[in-house]
Structure formats: structure tokens, C-alpha cells
Ligand binder design. Structure first.
Ligand SMILES: NC(=O)c1ccc[n+]([C@@H]2O[C@H](COP(=O)([O-])OP(=O)(O)OC[C@H]3O[C@@H](n4cnc5c(N)ncnc54)[C@H](OP(=O)(O)O)[C@@H]3O)[C@@H](O)[C@H]2O)c1
Length: 343
């Protein structure tokens, strides 16, 4: 195949917008591109490589003829539409949680477990959760070196992980006057009732990302289950606390890991610096990570709180590696097209 016939489903959204940018940046060879969204956006145009592409209404579009479709329309919509595309012969790469844990759907981080793409029986591939994806490369590297036994993760998740509405809510809250008044009184600013997050996010941290199911949140469950599936360690002991922070983009994870064997920290830093998609830095922050392809890892150190313990901090752009970039990399892997990365 010289180029791919590609659909972007949810092309008008945050992730879809980043996908379109990444497809251009990486100069993915494309023979045909089609954009899909809801009836709200149908008929509008989106620029792609100098051409105006008309957005199609997903509900009435015929997907036949596409090789691959990158889906970013949430789980409920994906459950409806992904099987229809798949049965029309289109390989679906879905960004939602709809299919991630199904045994016959590979859940793949392109630089960690690409071998899982050997079999795609339902024509559906799942792109992991954005927070899990950010930590997966460093965890896989540590596992290869010393054998992972236990992972304790605390996440610091950005507002854009909750879609455009999350970004808007944070920006509106940050624009309120008198934020300094919060120094002495947490009620000094009236943020109004939050719609997207369970509490005001500006100048705050909110220890509830996703929704509660029993005592844990959906985000926490995803981190546990998806890490186990990607790392092929079904009994790995994982604890996650997922926290939303007033950051626009860049999900961070603080990890404490227990290993089977003692860890040579110098070797670990070297292995991390050679791992594809990772960059070792002194101070990994969301602002450094936003807009970059690499996941930043740093603050690597020993801890004696667990046997053979290692702690590190990792941060990645949740819209790029956490969603759009990995989806594009998976499309490249399944179609065998060769891109020419610019970065
Ligand atoms: N944000 C992240 O960090 C992140 C990371 C990983 C995965 N994801 C996944 O990607 C999905 C999209 O995230 P986002 O941040 O891009 O959200 P977003 O900015 O709110 O965009 C949602 C997209 O879905 C489309 N859409 C919504 N309902 C639809 C329907 N009934 N039929 C067809 N298209 C429909 C929207 O089209 P209109 O413009 O026409 O409304 C828009 O293109 C999430 O739900 C999640 O499953 C997000």
C-alpha cells in the first residue's frame, strides 16, 4: 500500500483536532481522508494539508472504502458506531473505554506492546486511557529491568482530559477576580456551580476524576486494569489515586514501584533514556510536556518504603501521546505506512 484511506471520527473535537495536526506533522502517506462528527458539525469544513474537507454526519455516512478509522467520540457512541465500521471492513482504532478490556480487542501502546497487534479479530483496536498510557513506557522499562511486583500511583490529571468543556470550565474559573483572596478563605471567590468537575478546579485539586463506582473511580479502575493488560501482568498489584489538577494539558503520574530484584538506578535512567517515546529530564512538568510527543520522566530515585523500591514522576501530553499520537502510531503499524516524523 502506498498510502492509507483514513477516517477521523470526532474530527471536530480536541483529540480529533490534535489527530489532524499529527497526521500532517508526521506526513503520514494518505490516499484519502474523511472527517466525521455529529449532525451539529456536519457540512462544515476542516482544513487538511491545504484542502477543505467537508465534515460528514456519522449517523448517515457510509464508511466503506476506508482502511482505518480513528475514533474519538466517547464510549457510548463508539459502542454504536465502531462495530458498524468494523463490519464494513474498516480497522477501528478507538480512543474510548468501550472495548479496552475485551479479550479479543488488543489494547496497545505503540512503543510498549506492538506485538499485541498480531491478531485483530474484531477489526477493533483499543487506544489506552490517557493516564495509563503516560505511565506505561516507564513501567514497562522498569519491569524489563527488575520485574514489577507492585505499583502505587497518584495521578495529576489535566482539565483537557474531560474534553473541551473541561478546558472551558477551568479557563472561566481562572478568569474570576480576587483569586488571591483564597489565601485566607477558601470561600472568598464564588466560582458558581461546576458543571464538568465535581468541585471548582481553579486554585484547587480534586481527588475524584471520572465517576465513583463503589469506593473507587472509573479512572482509578482503568489505570489498574489497563496497566495489567498492556504489561501482560494480570496479577500485578496496582493502587491508583486519580486527582484532577488545574492544568490545561499534561497528565502526570507519581509512581512508587516494588520490584522483584534490586534496581541499579543509573542503569534504569539509561534504559529510560533509550526507551522509545520517553525522555529523561530533571523536572518533568505538564507545561514542558504539553505539545510534545515524548513522555517526560524524572525524579527517579530509590525508596525503602517497599522492597527494591523505585519512585519516579512521569508526565505526558494527554491529547498527544495520551490519545491522538498513539492512535496515529497504531494506524501506521497496522497499515505498514511509513511516515516521516518531523520531531
Ligand atoms: N481528552 C482526552 O485527554 C482524551 C484522552 C483519551 C481519550 N479520549 C477519548 O476521546 C473522546 C473525545 O475526547 P475530546 O477531548 O476530543 O472531546 P470533545 O472535544 O468534546 O470532542 C468530542 C467529539 O465527538 C463528536 N461527537 C460527540 N457526539 C457525537 C455523536 N453522537 N456522533 C458523532 N460524533 C459525536 C463531537 O462532534 P461535534 O463537534 O459535532 O459535537 C467531537 O468531534 C473522549 O470521549 C474519550 O473517549 C479523550
Amino acid at each position: 500500500m502506498s498510502g492509507v484511506r483514513l477516517g477521523v471520527v470526532g474530527a471536530t473535537g480536541q483529540v480529533g483536532t490534535v489527530m489532524r495536526a499529527i497526521l500532517s506533522e508526521r506526513r503520514v502517506p494518505i490516499d484519502e481522508i474523511r472527517f466525521f462528527a455529529s449532525a451539529r458539525s456536519a457540512g462544515s469544513t476542516l482544513e487538511f494539508r491545504g484542502t477543505a474537507v467537508v465534515v460528514e454526519d456519522l449517523a448517515t455516512a457510509d464508511p466503506r472504502g476506508l482502511d482505518v478509522a480513528l475514533f474519538s467520540i466517547g464510549a457510548d457512541n463508539a459502542r454504536t458506531w465502531a462495530p458498524r465500521f468494523a463490519s464494513a471492513g474498516v480497522v477501528v482504532i478507538d480512543n474510548s473505554a468501550a472495548f479496552r478490556l475485551e479479550a479479543d480487542v488488543p489494547l496497545v501502546v505503540a512503543d510498549v506492546n506492538p506485538h499485541a497487534l498480531r491478531s485483530v479479530p474484531r477489526n477493533i483496536i483499543a487506544n489506552p486511557n490517557c493516564t495509563t498510557m503516560v505511565a506505561a513506557g516507564a513501567l514497562a522499562t522498569l519491569h524489563r529491568l527488575a520485574g514489577l511486583e507492585r505499583v502505587i500511583a497518584s495521578t495529576y490529571q489535566a482539565a483537557s482530559g474531560a474534553g473541551r468543556a473541561g478546558v472551558r470550565e477551568l479557563a472561566d474559573e481562572l478568569a474570576r477576580p480576587g483569586l488571591e483572596g483564597l489565601t485566607f478563605d477558601g470561600r472568598a471567590v464564588d466560582f458558581g456551580a461546576p458543571r464538568v468537575f465535581p468541585a471548582p478546579l481553579a486554585a484547587n485539586v480534586v481527588p475524584l476524576a471520572g465517576s465513583l463506582v463503589g469506593d473507587e473511580t472509573t479512572e482509578e479502575r482503568k489505570f489498574v486494569d489497563e496497566s495489567r493488560k498492556i504489561l501482560e501482568l494480570p496479577t500485578l498489584r496496582v493502587a491508583a489515586t486519580c486527582v484532577r489538577v488545574p492544568v490545561f494539558t499534561g497528565h502526570a503520574v507519581s509512581v512508587v514501584a516494588q520490584c522483584r530484584e534490586p534496581v541499579d538506578l543509573a542503569l534504569l535512567r539509561r534504559e529510560l533514556s533509550h526507551a522509545p517515546g520517553l525522555r529523561v529530564v530533571d523536572l518533568p512538568t505538564p507545561q514542558e510536556a504539553a505539545g510534545r510527543d515524548e513522555v517526560l520522566v524524572g525524579r527517579v530515585r530509590a525508596t525503602d518504603v517497599v522492597d527494591h523500591g523505585v519512585a519516579f514522576f512521569v508526565v505526558g501530553d494527554n491529547l498527544r501521546k495520551g490519545a491522538a499520537l498513539n492512535a496515529v502510531q497504531l494506524a501506521e503499524l497496522v497499515t505498514g505506512v511509513r511516515s516521516a516524523p518531523t520531531s
